[in-house]
Design a protein around this ligand. Structure first.
Ligand code: MSP
Length: 474
C-alpha cells in the first residue's frame, strides 16, 4: 500500500465556480478513486486562492466586507467540490492563519534567493501583472483580455532569483524525475525555462493591501505566486511539521495556463527549501463553449450547476472525462451533452443494466459478489497502464468498449430465447452479470454514483431491476 498525495490548482475566489473549474477536480478525483481501488492511502488537497487586488476590488464593488466576500466564495467552491463527488481530504484557504504563518516561514527560508529591486515598465491592472515590452508591442499597448491600456509603473519590490535553479530544474525535467504531462508540453516548458527571468514576488503595500505581509518589511506584501504555490505544502503542515510521509506529491493537476508557474517557479521554491520536486505535473486543456472561450462579455458562460442538475453528477463526469481528452481542450454544447447522455449513457449503459437485471431477476440469478471483478481489475494490465500513464480518457474509452461488448453478447446470445425454448438461461445470464460487474469495477473511478448502484443491484441476494432506469431517456 502506497501513500499518494495529489493536488489541484486553487481557484481565485473572485466569483462562483465556472465550468472550467470542473476539470481539475474530476480528473484528480478519478486518480484518487483509482488509487483507493488499488488499496493505496490517498491524500487529496483542494483549496482557494484568496488574496490580490482583483478579489479585493470585487468585494468593494459589491459593498461586502472582504473577509465575508472570500468566505462566501470559498464556501461555494467547497460545495461545488462536494457536488462533483470529488473526495478531497484537505481544503486549504490562503487566508487561513496557518497558511499565512507558514508561508512567511517559507519566504524566510528561501530569502537567500530573494533580493530587492525596482520595477520600471508596463503593468496591466486587470491581470495584476507586469507586461514585457514585447507583449506591449504585440498588443499595441492594450490588454487583449481586459481591453484596458497598459499603465506605466515604477515600484520597489522583491525578486526571486530563478536563475539560481535553472540548471537543476532542467535536469529534473529532462530526466523525468519531475515528469511533465502531456509530454508534448515538455519542450515548450524547457524553452520557457531557458528564457525565464527572475520573478517579482511582492508589491508595495500602497499597490496591494490584501495579501500576506513580507516578513521583515512592513511596506511590502507578497504577490500571488509564493502565497498560492506554498499551499501545496502548508496544507501538509510545512514548515511546522515533517511532511515526508506525503511529499513529494505523486501528481499535481493544473490547467495548461498555469503549467509554467508549476514547472518553473514552484520547483525553484522547492529546491530553495531543499525539498524534492513533485513526481508528475499533469496539465489539462481548456473547456470551450461551442468552440469559444467562455466569457461574461460574450455571454456564453455555462453554469456547471445547471450541467450537473440536468442529468445528475455522473452524466457531467461522463461528459468531461470521456468527451474531453484529459490532455487537450474540449468543447461543451448542450446538444453534444444531450446526445452523449441519450445515446451513450441511456442506451449503452442504462438499458444494459435494465435489461440484464430484468432477465436475471426472472431467472433467479443470485449470489454474485465483487471479489472476482476486483481481481480482474487488478489483472487488467492494459487498463492499469493507461491509468498509470494518466491517460484517463483512453482508459474510460477502453472500459466503454467493454460495455458495448456486453450489449453485443446479449444481442448475439439472446438469453430470452433460451428461456422461451425451455432451456436454462441462468448460466449465460450469470456470465453476463459477471462481465458487467467486471466493467463496473473499471468504471468506478469515473462514475462513482452509477457504479455503486450497479454493484448494489447485481450483488443483492435477489436481483431487483431499478424501479426507474439509471439514465432515463430525455
Ligand atoms: N489561482 C490560480 C491557481 C493557483 S494554483 C497554486 C488560478 N486560478 S483560476 O481560478 O484562474 O483557475 C483554477 C484552475 O481552473 C486552473 O487549473 C485553471 O487552469 C482551470 N481553469 C480555468 N478556466 C478553465 C477552463 N475554461 N477550462 C479548463 N480549466 C480552466 O489560476
Amino acid at each position: 500500500m502506497a501513500k499518494i498525495y495529489l493536488t489541484t490548482a486553487i481557484p481565485y475566489v473572485n466569483g462562483a465556480p465556472h465550468l472550467g473549474h470542473t476539470m481539475d477536480y474530476i480528473i484528480a478525483d478519478t486518480f484518487s478513486r483509482y488509487h483507493k481501488l488499488l488499496g493505496d492511502e490517498v491524500r487529496f488537497q483542494a483549496g482557494t486562492d484568496e488574496h490580490g487586488n482583483k478579489i479585493f476590488q470585487k468585494a468593494a464593488a459589491s459593498n461586502i466586507d472582504i473577509q465575508d466576500y472570500v468566505d462566501q466564495n470559498s464556501l461555494k467552491f467547497q460545495n461545488f467540490i462536494k457536488k462533483l463527488h470529488a473526495e478531497n481530504t484537505d481544503f486549504v484557504r490562503t487566508t487561513d492563519a496557518d497558511h499565512m504563518r507558514r508561508c512567511q516561514a517559507i519566504w524566510q527560508k528561501i530569502s537567500d534567493h530573494i533580493y530587492p529591486s525596482k520595477y520600471e515598465g508596463w503593468y496591466c491592472s486587470g491581470c495584476e501583472s507586469y507586461v514585457t515590452q514585447k507583449e506591449y508591442d504585440e498588443n499595441h499597448g492594450v490588454c487583449p483580455d481586459h481591453q484596458k491600456p497598459y499603465e506605466k509603473l515604477s515600484e520597489e519590490n522583491y525578486y526571486f532569483r530563478i536563475s539560481d535553479f535553472k540548471d537543476q530544474i532542467r535536469e529534473k525535467i529532462i530526466s523525468h524525475e519531475m515528469l511533465i504531462l502531456p509530454e508534448f508540453r515538455e519542450k515548450e516548458i524547457l524553452k520557457m525555462l531557458d528564457d525565464a527571468p527572475d520573478v517579482s514576488v511582492s508589491r508595495p503595500k500602497s499597490q496591494l493591501t490584501w495579501g500576506i505581509p513580507v516578513p521583515g518589511n512592513d511596506e511590502q506584501v507578497m504577490y500571488v505566486w509564493i502565497d498560492a504555490l506554498s499551499n501545496y505544502i502548508t496544507v501538509l503542515g510545512y514548515a511546522d511539521n515533517d511532511i515526508s510521509d506525503w511529499w513529494p506529491a505523486a501528481v499535481q493537476f493544473v490547467g495548461k495556463d498555469i503549467l509554467r508557474f508549476h514547472t518553473i517557479i514552484w520547483p525553484a521554491m522547492l529546491l530553495a527549501l531543499g525539498l524534492p520536486l513533485p513526481k508528475v505535473i499533469c496539465s489539462h486543456g481548456f473547456i470551450l463553449a461551442d468552440g469559444q472561450k467562455m466569457s461574461k462579455s460574450i455571454g456564453n458562460v455555462v453554469d456547471p450547476n445547471e450541467v450537473i442538475d440536468k442529468y445528475g453528477i455522473d452524466a457531467c463526469r461522463y461528459y468531461f472525462l470521456r468527451h474531453v481528452d484529459n490532455f487537450s481542450d474540449g468543447d461543451f454544447t448542450w446538444d453534444k451533452y444531450d446526445s452523449a447522455y441519450n445515446t451513450e449513457l441511456a442506451n449503452d449503459l442504462g438499458n444494459l443494466v435494465q435489461r440484464l437485471a430484468t432477465m436475471s431477476a426472472k431467472n433467479q440469478v443470485a449470489g454474485l459478489d465483487t471479489a472476482e471483478s476486483h481481481s480482474a481489475f487488478l489483472d487488467d494490465q492494459d487498463y492499469l497502464d493507461m491509468m498509470n500513464r494518466f491517460e484517463f480518457t483512453k482508459a474510460f474509452d477502453y472500459a466503454w468498449t467493454k460495455v458495448q461488448a456486453i450489449n453485443k453478447r446479449i444481442d448475439d446470445e439472446k438469453p430470452w430465447e433460451l428461456a422461451k425454448k425451455g432451456e436454462d438461461a441462468k448460466p449465460v445470464l450469470t456470465s453476463l452479470c459477471k462481465d458487467l460487474l467486471n466493467v463496473n469495477e473499471l468504471l468506478k473511478p469515473f462514475l462513482p454514483v452509477t457504479t455503486a448502484r450497479i454493484e448494489e443491484v447485481f450483488t443483492a441476494d435477489q436481483i431487483v431491476p431499478p424501479a426507474t432506469p439509471l439514465f432515463p431517456k430525455q
